[in-house]
Design a protein around this ligand. Structure first.
Ligand SMILES: *Cc1c(COP(=O)(O)O)cnc(C)c1O
Length: 422
């Protein structure tokens, strides 16, 4: 029996309607940018397995660091102890995060990094004695699948059955360079009618919404508004962090820095799950008290797992290497050229690009998860490329180590499929 067949017996997959999409392809190996399936077919991983393996799959540098850590210290309770890998990772993160960040809190995944941020914001105001319980978030944002994170997310396809149980979130449109007066008017309105604790946002690029890119000045204006109204700003950099936008963090594009930052995905280069919620000294200080209940009583069993820390340390070292920096510039340039070229294709409605992120919208109408998407997905797989379109949007987010030849293959296949299929 194939893995695909054995899988069906016991496994319930995420994000899958098993009645209409019953099959999962067995992947048995990954190296660099290539995935190998159980039949020996190879695919270029053009979305870095959900923006995680940015330094390539099974990266030797990360493997070696993780291996050494495994022989030294595997797991220890972080509520009671500390360890070298956690300390070193925190030092390395603080050195590259926006200057106002001064404390590192460990989580297990992107959703819990966001969940922590939301709880920190709520407890910040609880501790300081001010009643603030509402949140502001962008339309169509995605922040994860736990309750708080899901509340902040504006993609209703995920939230339907749970809407009655979510926390209070007011939505504003994303800035497009033309709507800033309208957004500021809405913000004024929101703060009159709500006690807003925090604004949570994906800085500049909304990933799950289809790599939607925002107007930088517009985001800055919103952040400034929040500062003026003592609304805590939470940058969800789970997708955008670690070089994808051409800077280490997307928050570097704005002058106003967030109070809290959520990180995961490429944090460990895709080796193991781990996440971070960082914050300013001011947030941290609001939890200091002789009253034990004012502390932050949120913990995951594997907090600051040493193996995860070792993978993250290795990934940050790679991110800072000249080789990776050069690669990010090389891919950004290639994307830009492809973006300009493909924009005039008659089946393309619009294109956008920032750093190693490229996206195009098709000139067709279809449901977000309708059949066109499935046809596209399987056509790309047949051509040896794993691309996962989101509705009408085809996007690329390749590992930094991809060669020009592999990148050209992705571009050419997109063109070929646009020419022939649609
Ligand atoms: C993926 C993602 C999350 C959720 O992370 P998980 O590890 O899947 O829980 C949260 N925010 C953003 C912006 C993401 O892209």
């Amino acid at each position: 029996m194939t893995l695909t067949e054995r899988d069906k017996k016991y496994i319930w997959h995420p994000l899958k309607q098993h009645q209409t999409h019953p099959e999962s392809l067995g992947i048995v190996k990954a190296k660099g940018v290539m995935l190998t399936d159980e039949h020996g077919n190879e695919y270029i991983d053009a979305i870095s397995s959900w923006y995680t393996c940015m330094f390539g799959h099974c990266n030797d540098y990360i493997i070696n660091k993780v291996h050494a850590q495994m022989q030294q210290l595997d797991q220890v309770m972080f509520s009671d102890f500390t360890h070298p890998a956690a300390v070193e990772l925190s030092e390395k993160l603080i050195a590259i995060l926006p200057k106002n960040q001064s404390k590192i809190f460990f989580n297990d995944n992107g959703s819990t990094a966001v969940e922590s941020a939301i709880k920190m914001a709520l407890q910040y105001y609880f501790n300081t004695g001010e009643k603030r319980t509402a949140f502001i978030a962008f339309e169509n944002g995605f922040h994860g699948d736990t309750f708080g994170a899901m509340s902040a997310s504006g993609l209703s396809v995920y939230n339907g059955p749970f809407e009655d149980f979510l926390i209070d979130v007011q939505r504003i449109p994303t800035p497009n360079g033309k709507n800033h007066n309208e957004i500021l008017r809405q913000l004024e309105e929101i703060v009159i009618h709500n006690n807003v604790a925090a604004f949570i946002y994906e800085p500049i690029v909304q990933g799950a919404a289809g790599m939607k890119i925002h107007d930088i000045n517009g985001v800055d204006e919103i952040l400034q508004f929040c500062k003026n109204h003592e609304i805590i700003t939470i940058a969800d950099e789970v997708m955008t962090g670690f070089g994808k936008t051409g800077k280490n963090f997307a928050s570097e594009y704005m002058e106003t820095k967030p109070d809290i930052i959520c990180l995961s995905k490429a944090l460990t280069g895709g080796m193991v799950p781990m996440a971070i919620t960082s914050c300013t000294q001011k947030i941290y200080d609001a939890f200091l008290s002789n009253d034990i209940a004012k502390g932050y009583f949120h913990c995951h069993t594997y907090s600051a797992n040493p193996i995860g820390c070792a993978a993250a340390i290795a990934s940050i070292e790679l991110l800072q290497s000249e080789e990776i920096k050069t690669n990010i510039k090389r891919i950004s340039k290639a994307h830009k050229e492809f973006s300009e070229k493909i924009a005039s294709h008659k089946k393309v409605k619009s294109t956008r690009q920032i750093g190693v992120i490229f996206a195009l919208d098709l000139n067709t109408n279809t449901e977000r998860y309708g059949s066109l998407r499935d046809i596209l997905l399987s056509s790309f797989m047949k051509e040896g490329i794993f691309l996962r379109p989101l509705g009408n949007t085809i996007y690329i987010q390749v590992p930094y180590i991809i060669t020009m030849e592999q990148l050209d293959k992705i571009y050419n296949t997109i063109e070929k499929i646009l020419d022939n299929l649609l």
